[in-house]
Design a protein around this ligand. Structure first.
Ligand code: AMP
Ligand code: GLY
Length: 425
């Protein structure tokens, strides 16, 4: 079989390494891939948002199955275009991908179907958004409606901060048309849990839970990033919470999307907050999370490609999906300065014994230097072990053996989870 994976980050590297384990796979193409993915797949320099280029490549190369991993091509309708051309795909169509593509859509969906989430208001006029702040209590959370590279959410602790956020989104259009509308919502508190799920629109199978570490600096300080590290499973996601989520969030979401004529098939990501009043949806993503995938897939025991094909053919009900009882930790090694300005082009030194084990996100191949840094998040260093404590330790041991100029990583990935485990005794 020839498989194509759209995307070129650490998440795609984890997906590719897993798909490679399927004995029927002869060749994997990554569009565009990256310098590390090139060890596992044929990288082709077609951008993930060049939908026409992807379609042509898939047809010319007789691709048997395509996985569209990132949000932008999904929201642009890559799956619709490929399926229309006769290419079998894993991922939601454009109508379903709106669950991530528009926060206004997702909030209205949750409101209409009684799915627990933060209280909110939608504004398409800046004037009205600003005057709403006059009566509001702070903090408030301001969200641009559309995709914004994970930066479209601002937590405003004062009216001034909220005013600045609204002006920069709606007037200065820092996120372009994504800021034509804003959602202003209630600030919630509690530990966050990421739950990725497989769904074919009929059956939903949550994967092992995980915890992202979104802020750039230790102790959850600094700017929001795409994610600086992850652990799985998430100790705050107890069996009790899981069954409440299934009943009040997961199944209702699948039914709601069906009722709206937007059947969701693919990986549906639930960003949850476990509040004192119960779990609430913070966000939906229409795809695998990054770097959640880098801890979730290493623990998946069932063949990934088989699951993906079952999702497409709507026979997930008949697939037995198993996860390991181990724990995993992924530490992101980033370029110092990320998520703001950073320099790149530095040679990455990785011992041969580790190169096969790491997930490469922002690195390219230089003809002289070999693997060099080319992005903000550079590597995802994942380790598995029987306990979370051992997985964290093993991941940091690996990080200690890898070096590049300007490298930066958080030192406290897994700390909050381990504190929770230890306090439970
Ligand atoms: P998102 O880009 O939607 O994942 O949001 C980024 C981060 O902002 C989330 O991971 C939360 O930490 C935080 N956040 C989003 N919405 C809320 C909310 N209503 N209350 C508190 N924190 C929030
Ligand atoms: N790690 C968060 C996300 O993928 O959106």
């Amino acid at each position: 079989m020839k498989v194509l994976v759209v995307g070129g980050g650490g998440r795609e590297h984890a997906i590719i390494k897993k798909i490679k384990q399927n004995p029927r796979v002869d060749e994997i193409y990554a569009l565009p891939g990256n310098g590390g993915i090139a060890r596992d797949a044929v990288c082709v320099s077609i951008s993930a948002t060049d939908i026409e280029g992807i379609r042509r490549f898939a047809l010319e190369n007789a691709i048997d199955f395509a996985v569209v991993a990132p949000d932008d091509p999904l929201v642009l309708g890559a799956v619709d275009v490929l399926e229309d051309a006769g290419i079998k795909c894993f991922g939601p169509d454009k109508k379903a991908a709106i669950i991530e593509g528009s926060k206004v859509f997702s909030k209205e969906l949750m409101h209409k179907y009684g799915i627990p989430t933060a209280e909110y208001k939608v504004f398409d006029s800046q004037k009205e958004a600003l005057s709403y702040l006059d009566e509001a209590e702070f903090p408030q959370v301001i969200k641009a409606d559309g995709l914004a590279l994970g930066k479209g959410v601002i937590i405003a602790f004062t009216k001034e901060q909220a005013t600045d956020a609204i002006k920069s989104i709606m007037q200065d259009k820092i996120f372009g048309a994504s800021g034509n509308r804003v959602v202003i919502e209630e600030f919630l508190k509690g530990p966050e849990v990421s739950v990725l799920s497989f769904t074919d629109g009929k059956t939903i199978v949550p994967m092992i839970s995980s915890m992202d570490h979104k802020r750039a600096l230790d102790n959850d300080m600094g700017l929001n990033t795409g994610g600086m590290g992850t652990i799985a499973p998430n100790p705050f996601y107890t069996e009790e919470v899981a069954s409440e989520c299934m009943e009040k969030i997961f199944l209702p979401t699948i039914r709601a999307m069906n009722a709206e004529g937007r059947k969701f098939k693919g990986c549906l990501y639930f960003g949850l907050m476990i509040t004192p009043k119960g779990p609430r949806v913070i966000e939906y993503n229409c795809r695998f999370g990054d770097p959640e995938t880098q801890v979730v897939l290493p623990l998946l025991k069932t063949d990934l490609l088989d699951i993906m094909m079952a999702v497409r053919e709507e026979r997930l009900e008949n697939v037995d999906i198993e996860f390991s009882s181990q724990a995993a930790c992924c530490v992101i090694m980033a370029s110092s300065g990320y998520p703001s300005k950073y320099s790149k082009g530095y040679k990455i030194s990785v011992p041969d014994s580790l190169i096969e084990k790491i997930y490469v996100a922002g690195a390219s191949l230089d003809p002289e230097k070999g693997l060099v840094t080319s992005g903000g998040r550079v590597l995802g260093v994942t380790a598995k072990a029987d306990s979370l404590g051992d997985a964290v330790k093993a991941a940091y041991d690996m990080v200690g053996k890898i070096s590049f100029e300007n490298a930066y990583y958080r030192r406290d990935i897994g700390k909050r989870a381990l504190d929770a485990i230890n306090s439970k005794g």
